[in-house]
Structure formats: C-alpha cells, structure tokens
Design a protein around this ligand. Structure first.
Ligand code: AMP
Length: 192
C-alpha cells in the first residue's frame, strides 16, 4: 500500500508514520528527515538546502522528487510506503503519480491530519517550555512562516487528491492514540 500522510507542519505526520511502520511494516519516507540527514552529513545537497530548511522555505521540487525516487527504489519499499511530508506542491504530486505509474503502482490513500493553526502553535510553545533539543525550524516565528508556505503551496493538494477520490480526513487534534485508531479504521476500508 502506498499512503500519503498529509497535513500542516507539526500535525503529527511523523509520529503516525512511525506508528504505521511498526504496525504495518510500511517504511516511512520523510523528505524532511532525508534533507536533515544530508545537512548533518554535510553533503553538497545538505549544504545547498540548509538555509531553506532553517527559514521554513520549501526546497526546489526537483530536489525532493529526485531523493524520493531514489529512496522508493530501495528493496524495503516493494510492498509500498508511507510518504511523510511529500508531496508538498502540485508538481511534486504529479511527479509522484508518474513515478509510481512507471513502476505499475499508485497512491492508494491520502490521509489528511486536520489540525487548527492555534493548536499547532501551542504545540511548539509546549515543546519549547519542555526544553530539550528542538529543530532549528521549531520556533513560533518559523512555524508561522511554514504555515503560510503550507496554505499557499501545499493545501491545494487537498482538492487535487479529493478529485482523485483518495482523500480521507482524520481529526489530528485528538490524542495520539485516538489519531492512530482513526487511521487504522480508515485503512481497514482500503482493499488490500
Ligand atoms: P518536515 O520535516 O516535513 O517538516 O520538513 C522540514 C523542511 O524540509 C521543510 O520546511 C522544507 O524546508 C523541507 N522539505 C521537506 N519536505 C519537502 C518537500 N516535499 N518539498 C519541499 N521542501 C521540503
């Protein structure tokens, strides 16, 4: 099964993708994690993208399309994958459809985690209060910017996938376990 986890920054996509990996063995393909790994390793790609991530801007479509294509061809994705934080633009979604079609596959389901902006902001504030190591883009100011980027570039995908009849929405403001069970209930309706 190929599943897209969709939602604004901080909606809990990464948390649910990890739970899905443990529960269903579907690898988590997070472009954000891949880019952060490239930055940490100091690769040319990482050097090129660091400032964009720090500011909460999107990296160019071709960069993420390329890394997701390479990652998807690894053997653990034979049974499908959970796409986390990708696609984030219409051209990325079109490239993903084409990439899967070329391999005789398709997106089976797009799960939107719906979370209001105020809740996302209060989550960042809570993380800051709790201390610990935070991502360089995990500040209220950068989150506000990332939300602007989300509404402008990414939210149009809701209609894109709704038109394809693939979009299901769950309440991402519920406790983590409740989001997990909502997702499980939706997945049970998808033919294997
Ligand atoms: P994330 O971990 O998904 O919140 O992504 C962190 C940052 O990585 C984003 O704010 C972007 O700068 C970059 N990024 C991750 N995925 C994408 C994508 N699909 N398209 C463009 N930029 C992305």
């Amino acid at each position: 099964m190929n599943l897209v986890l969709f939602g604004p920054p901080g909606a809990g996509k990464g948390t649910q993708a990890k739970i899905l990996k443990d529960a269903r063995g579907l690898p988590q393909l997070s472009t954000g994690d891949m880019l952060r790994a490239a930055i940490a390793a100091g690769t040319p790609l990482g050097v090129r993208c660091k400032a964009l991530l720090d500011k909460g801007e999107l990296v160019p479509d071709e960069v993420v399309i390329d890394i997701i294509g390479q990652r998807y061809d690894e053997p653990d994705c034979t049974g499908g994958a959970v796409f986390d934080g990708f696609p984030r633009t219409i051209p990325q979604a079109e490239a993903l459809d084409a990439m899967l079609a070329a391999r005789g596959r398709k997106i089976d389901l797009v799960l939107e985690l719906k979370v209001e902006d105020e809740v996302l902001l209060s989550r960042v504030e809570a993380r800051i209060k709790a201390g610990g190591v935070l991502r360089s883009d995990d500040t209220p100011e950068t989150l506000k910017h990332r939300l602007g980027v989300y509404y402008k570039n990414t939210a149009p995908l809701i209609d894109f996938y709704r038109r394809q009849g693939k979009l299901k929405t769950v309440d991402g403001m519920a406790p983590v376990e409740s989001v997990t069970s909502q997702i499980a209930a939706v997945l049970d309706t998808v033919p294997a």
